[in-house]
Design a protein around this ligand. Structure first.
Ligand code: 4AD
Ligand code: MG
Length: 437
């Protein structure tokens, strides 16, 4: 153990090693690929910074080190020493001529993931599949997107808050709640942190919560997770117009910042200019106008209908930027949205649709800020008022107009990286048929 630490301590990241052409370097990581013969073995080593081809000649290694390399499985961990050279023929652009090789830990057996595997199998071994270059790039992008979102809101003077995830008051329709036994009482995993974010604006004015939301989605779709990460800003003294402007600024900031991550962009074949073109203002279409567009494109929609996957695709397939659909019918939206004074059939809200059929990425609205109006609407919706007494209280003590929205971070990742399924946007996806690993 001691000696292996000594060897590891002398290693440098692969990305740094390739700057030292002609010099001897030591790297450490995992064996990403391996092939060879009785006299020469090629391995590709991987660390978080990249991959590099290494070539080992039997004659250059001691007998015991050659034996170690020879029995090393793919995905075992190792320290490799050698001289770096540029090599256009190698897949990685550089090559390391191995002078010494040391296993940190060999696998107990062959790595279970070989070249062609079904998506279901890759989900079964997700804990190992996370080492694939595809997942590594997605997880880097995910981490960056979290950071861009936080940076943007922090720079606007927001405070990050931490809501409870176990609640008794559903924040949305309540239809998809996971129920749990809370010391003998009924409680739920939260479906949105909005109600708690609302409570906190009376102290901090501009807040956001960045936490998981849980939806017991019984359908299998390419854009629904049972556990997803939900960014929910809530702002005092804010109307729906300002709310939409903040959303387009946030989404543009994320897309524009992401455009400079050239390694990830290259990996997924993402056009940098497309990301840079995502700038305010986004198109704004009222629900009523959207109905007209849909029907002109062959859908048969009536006033009051919600939109499905196919409608979302029809509306956005030719769009390059996200697009707002605002002021939806009261009946199909949540209990906290105020009536639109210009058309009382509708409420002051918006959904932000990603381009090209990628679906809804944000839902937001003004919030009813009058206690009686809120109670009346909750009664209309058949909600149990007693569960929401604290939420109604917020309207009884120094209430102010306010707005907020919720962005599904995996929906953003799926859209920006052109992933074909939302499950790859999160390391350990939870879906109707999957809660492990
Ligand atoms: O439209 P939703 O249900 O709105 C709310 O929960 C509000 N309380 C948010 C707020 O105003 N604070 O969800 C918001 C967003 C959706 O637009 C979508 O991006 C994402 O959350 N989302 C999901 N993402 C992945 N899997 C699911 N099952 C999702 N359900 C919603
Ligand atoms: Mg929604």
């Amino acid at each position: 153990m001691e000696t292996i630490f000594r060897e590891i301590s002398g290693t440098i990241p692969i990305k740094e090693a390739i700057q030292h052409i002609g010099s001897a370097v030591a790297i450490r990581g995992w064996i990403h690929r391996k092939r060879g013969s009785a006299k020469r073995i090629f391995i590709i080593m991987r660390d978080v910074t990249g991959i590099i081809q290494c070539v080992a000649d039997k004659s250059a290694l001691s007998e015991s080190r050659w034996a170690e390399l020879d029995r090393a499985y793919i995905e075992s961990s190792a320290v490799v020493l050698g001289v770096i050279k540029k090599d256009e023929r190698s897949q990685t652009g550089y090559e390391l001529t191995v002078s010494d090789f040391r296993l940190i830990s060999n696998n107990e057996q062959q790595f279970p993931i070989t070249e062609y595997q079904s998506p279901e199998f890759l989900l079964d071994v997700r804990h190992l599949w996370l080492r694939s270059l595809r997942m590594i790039n997605i997880m880097k992008a995910r981490s960056l997107i979290f950071k861009y979102a936080r940076d943007f809101l922090d720079s606007k003077g927001f405070f990050e808050i931490t809501p409870p995830l176990i609640t008794q008051a559903g924040g949305e329709t309540g239809a998809n709640l996971f129920e749990l036994d809370y010391f003998g009482q009924k409680a739920y995993l939260t479906e949105s942190s909005q109600l708690y974010a609302e409570a906190m604006i009376f102290a901090l004015e501009k807040v956001y919560s960045f936490a998981p939301s849980y939806r017991a989605e019984k359908s299998r779709t390419i854009k629904h997770l049972a556990e997803y990460w939900h960014l929910e800003p809530e702002i005092a003294y804010f109307n729906n117009e300002q709310n939409m402007a903040l959303q387009e600024d946030l989404v543009s900031h994320i897309a524009n910042k992401f455009s400079s991550e050239s390694d990830i962009l290259d990996f997924f074949n993402i056009d940098r200019n497309e990301l840079l073109s995502i700038k305010p203002p986004f198109k704004r279409v009222s629900y009523e106008e959207a109905l007209g567009i849909l029907n002109a494109r062959g859908a048969k929609k009536e006033w009051g209908d919600d939109f499905g996957v196919e409608d979302e695709r029809l509306l956005t397939e030719d769009e390059k930027k996200p697009m707002f659909i605002y002021n939806w019918p009261k009946e199909i939206k949540a209990f906290y949205m105020p009536v639109n004074p210009d058309d009382p059939r509708t409420v002051l809200c918006s959904d932000l649709q990603a381009p090209a059929g990628n679906g809804e990425i944000i839902g937001g609205s003004e919030r009813i800020w009058d206690a009686n109006e809120l109670i009346a609407r909750m009664n209309e919706k058949g909600l149990n008022i007693s569960k929401y007494s604290w939420y109604i209280d917020l309207r009884r003590y120094g209430s102010v107009p306010h707005s907020g929205f919720g962005m599904g971070i995996e929906r953003i990742i799926k859209w920006l990286l052109h992933l074909d399924h939302i499950r790859d946007a999160i390391p350990f996806p939870r879906m109707i048929n999957r809660v492990t690993p």
